[in-house]
Design a protein around this ligand. Structure first.
Ligand SMILES: Cc1cc2nc3c(=O)[nH]c(=O)nc-3n(C[C@H](O)[C@H](O)[C@H](O)COP(=O)(O)OP(=O)(O)OC[C@H]3O[C@@H](n4cnc5c(N)ncnc54)[C@H](O)[C@@H]3O)c2cc1C
Length: 377
């Protein structure tokens, strides 16, 4: 039976970047991916450039747009434009290409990949993982990383993350041409989708459009309304192929590691419950996953607890506020738009959130401080 230091289940952005981070450190890694070839990902590819610090390689070749403005609309009007100051703090990357780039680089560093294959059974024997795959082969490893995305089968099996995951319902489509979306702008439309919003992110020659609902498990079944939204982005030809996906979103502070096993990315329920940002937590979790496993393999520590602690500090504290904001904003979106988006300083703050400069926690603390000062006066 072939043995590896680490086996990773899932070869998306979190699995591939964990593989690259670990193989760069010299460890033997096997990625098990269920798809034969990479399908088009529904992800719109919006990403804060500040994430460079967590990227294990240069991704310039997969950046398709560098964003200077963020546009907000309410029912296709009442537009607010936020100028992203500084040097291109927000990028639109081609997600399919990013995952391939990460995986290719990991393979160059010695990672092996098994695809298409699914994991059927996992057992522990003499403190090592024995992974039984659909190709009837068995593989052995010291550590196991769960990176099988929003429909994760294995996170729950190992009690990693929330016992009852919460999901956003999404629809994604990629349309040829730019519609009325400027090349260097992204648009967020808040007035049409109940309990959520719609977005349009420009690639080189296409626009990624998405619709998402974030609370009350609200569905996106009103075809007429969906078409109206797409038309509002400047597209008349509605003969598009759409992908629907249930996206696992952040739902509380939870342990994300067990004994020699941890979960990263969507499998760990890290996706932002307000704006569906999942690439950033995928990269952050991959980075800390590799650090924690490295520390164990180099005998600096004997457990992976540092991993859960770091994710809670670096990401979940902010997401707790993101979830509160989502609960209020999506219940009272009109008021939310007037007070949250049309407020003089709001566009700047939202731009700072998107660029990774500020967290929801920072914003919430500012608001609380303002309220306290007002009530004291
Ligand atoms: C419509 C939409 C738009 C989005 N837009 C953005 C955006 O603009 N910016 C942003 O930051 N985030 C966005 N996100 C979120 C982002 O796409 C996810 O958070 C991100 O893809 C998580 O990466 P992952 O590697 O954890 O999961 P995935 O990318 O889902 O990868 C999981 C991988 O595991 C494989 N797999 C699954 N089960 C098994 C199994 N049993 N065995 C082996 N392999 C398995 C899958 O085939 C897949 O390759 C969006 C999401 C959606 C749905």
């Amino acid at each position: 039976m072939k043995e590896f230091d680490i086996i990773i289940i899932g070869g998306g952005v979190s699995g591939s970047s964990t593989a690259l981070n670990l193989s760069k450190k010299g460890y033997s890694v096997l990625v098990i991916e269920k798809e034969k070839v990479q399908n088009i990902k529904p992800c719109a590819g919006g990403m804060a450039s500040s994430m460079k610090q967590f990227l294990p390689l240069d991704i310039e070749t997969v950046i398709e747009s560098k964003i200077r403005n963020v546009e907000f609309t309410w029912k296709a009007s009442d537009k607010v434009i936020a100028d992203l100051s500084g040097e291109s703090p927000f990028w639109i990357i081609n997600r399919d290409k990013l995952d391939l780039l990460l995986l290719d680089k990991a393979l160059k560093y010695g990672t092996e990949i098994l695809r298409p294959a699914t994991v059927e059974k996992i057992i522990k024997e003499s403190n090592k993982w024995i992974i039984h795959c659909s190709n009837k082969y068995k593989y052995k490893s010291e550590f196991l990383v769960i990176a099988d995305g929003s429909q994760s089968k294995w996170a729950g099996h190992f009690n990693l993350g929330p016992r009852r995951p919460r999901f956003a319902n999404t629809i994604a489509l990629r349309l040829k041409g730019m519609g009325n979306i400027p090349k260097d702008s992204v648009r967020f439309e808040f007035g049409f989708v109940k309990y959520g919003f719609a977005w349009a992110f420009p690639l080189k020659e296409n626009v990624n459009i998405g619709l998402g609902t974030f609370i009350n498990n609200s569905l996106l079944e009103d075809e007429e309304k969906n078409n109206k939204i797409i038309k509002s982005f400047g597209f008349e030809d509605l003969s598009f192929k759409k992908i629907t996906k249930k996206l696992r979103i952040w739902n509380g502070f939870h342990k994300l590691n067990g004994d020699k096993v941890l979960a990263v990315g969507d499998a760990a329920s890290l996706c932002d419950p307000f704006l569906a940002e999942g690439i950033r937590p995928a990269l952050i979790s991959s980075f800390y996953a590799a650090e924690s496993i490295d520390q164990c393999l180099s005998r600096q520590t004997d457990n992976l607890n540092y991993y859960s602690k770091n994710i809670n500090n670096e990401w979940s504290k902010s997401m707790a506020w993101g979830r509160r904001i989502a609960q209020v904003f999506y219940r009272f979106p009109k008021t939310g738009y007037q007070l949250g988006v049309k407020r003089k300083t709001a566009p700047k703050r939202i731009a700072q959130i998107l660029s990774g400069e500020m967290s929801y926690e920072d914003i919430a603390k500012r608001v609380i401080k303002r309220l306290l000062t007002k009530s004291e006066n």
